[in-house]
Design a protein around this ligand. Structure first.
Ligand code: CMC
Length: 377
């Protein structure tokens, strides 16, 4: 029998590797990308600037940022065989499944961008550029909207809104989404980033790592929580019913999505910023319904469980106010987090060590094999 060791369920509190990309101060409620506080980045930078920071470890010059924007714009077109794959996917599929399938297909049709173990930024740029195209192409086909025309000039945030909607976005909408993308771009060893690094640590290729990450982000305990928050608001319908709905769920030992965090012991700083944007976009639309429901939800959940909001609480309200359907919330998360995922995979390749923990075996070790014909039915 193997000697007993302490089992850290869910790898809680385990420090698995060294990284320069992102730091979470869970008690101080701070989030740092490559040395810069998320609050400064959300107030003053853009998604593209943050992606550059994550990939290269420093802020870009004006020329470097211009070049990055240009390259992302040029890389937005999908190859015909991937469009053919998308055309065959049932229209009622979840967009996260579509995204996972399309990224995996892209690896087959563009093998050059995805060489195993290679620290090339080319694949990171390609995946970041193309995710909104995948989502827009599928979403327009399933809704019967006019086909997507690729626009290389737009910022990443404006391109996402262009891909997913017919009406041109306002400057406020583009900035609100840009801030949301900055806030979602990285978060240390969250489950999907860890999945990407585990895949990369076997010397597998970048596209396989990102396919693993997309499948991991999909779950409701991770990226999928934003979608469930809006379902809870719909279930409650009005502010007066929030308390009853929360109590009912807690009595059934259900989790309230958008609350709690493995690392933060105080409010997630991303939730603080998104709360403000939820209000701002609500005011601009003349509709503070979501904002008021969410404020009430915060009060009730804090009173009942002492839990603080996480990034997923307010993001869905911002996207809903922009007319984006809720099954696209987590894919938008992916359209941002791909910057962090790819930065981590590139870092993994530079400091490679196979990630392979152990399990504490709790089963028997001395059973006698019984031939099948002698086993009872
Ligand atoms: N609703 C109700 N109870 C909760 C919640 C919640 N959202 N979060 C934690 N708890 C309770 C949990 O039931 C447990 O109570 P008890 O000790 O009485 O059994 C206690 O708090 C500790 O929970 P845990 O599951 O051991 O803590 P964890 O670190 O594994 O959980 C979490 C982290 C994010 C999975 C959890 O807080 C949760 O399920 N939240 C809801 C889903 C969610 O919003 N996910 C988004 C996370 S942030 C963005 C992202 O990663 O994508």
């Amino acid at each position: 029998m193997v000697e007993e060791s302490v089992v850290q369920r869910g790898l809680q509190d385990v420090v698995a590797l060294e990284s320069r990309i992102c730091f979470i101060d869970g008690r101080g409620g701070r989030l740092i990308y490559q040395g810069y506080d998320i609050r400064d980045l959300a107030a003053r930078s853009s998604f593209e600037e943050v992606a550059y920071l994550l990939w290269y470890g420093q802020l870009p010059s004006a020329r470097q940022l211009h070049d990055l924007r240009q390259r992302l714009g040029e890389l937005r077109t999908l190859p015909r065989p991937v469009l053919d794959v998308l055309d065959r996917i049932p229209a009622d599929s979840h967009p996260m499944d579509v995204l996972r399938t399309a990224v995996s297909a892209l690896a087959v049709f563009e093998p050059g961008e995805s060489r195993p173990g290679e620290s090339s930024i080319g694949g990171a740029l390609r995946l970041t550029a193309v995710i909104p195209t995948i989502l827009g192409y599928f979403h327009r086909r399933r809704t019967g909207a006019p086909p997507l025309t690729v626009n290389p000039e737009l910022s990443h945030a404006a391109w996402i809104l262009h891909a997913l909607r017919d009406s041109p976005p306002t400057d406020l909408e583009v900035r609100a989404l840009d801030v949301a993308l900055i806030l979602h771009a990285d978060h240390e060893l969250n489950a999907s980033t860890f999945a990407a690094r585990v895949t990369a640590s076997t010397l597998s290729d970048l596209y396989s790592a990102i396919t693993s990450a997309i499948g991991t982000l999909k779950g409701p305990l991770h990226g999928g929580a934003n979608e469930r928050v809006m379902e809870l608001l719909a279930e409650a319908g009005n502010v007066d019913r929030i308390e009853a709905v929360v109590r009912d769920k807690l009595a059934k030992h259900e989790r309230i999505m958008g609350f709690g965090h493995r690392v933060y012991k105080v409010e997630d700083p991303r939730a603080t910023i998104l709360r403000d944007w939820s209000r701002r976009v609500g005011e601009a639309k003349g509709d503070l319904t979501y904002f008021q429901l969410l404020r009430r939800l915060e009060d009730v959940v804090h009173a009942e469980k002492g839990l603080y909001p996480n990034v997923d609480l307010y993001s869905g309200s911002v996207y809903s106010l922009m007319g984006i359907p809720k099954d696209l919330f987590t894919p938008i998360f992916a359209a941002s987090r791909v910057a962090g995922w790819t930065a981590h995979v590139l870092e993994e390749y530079q400091d490679l060590r196979l990630i392979r923990p152990m399990a504490q075996y709790i089963g028997p070790t001395d059973l006698t094999y019984v031939p099948i014909e002698q086993r009872p039915d």
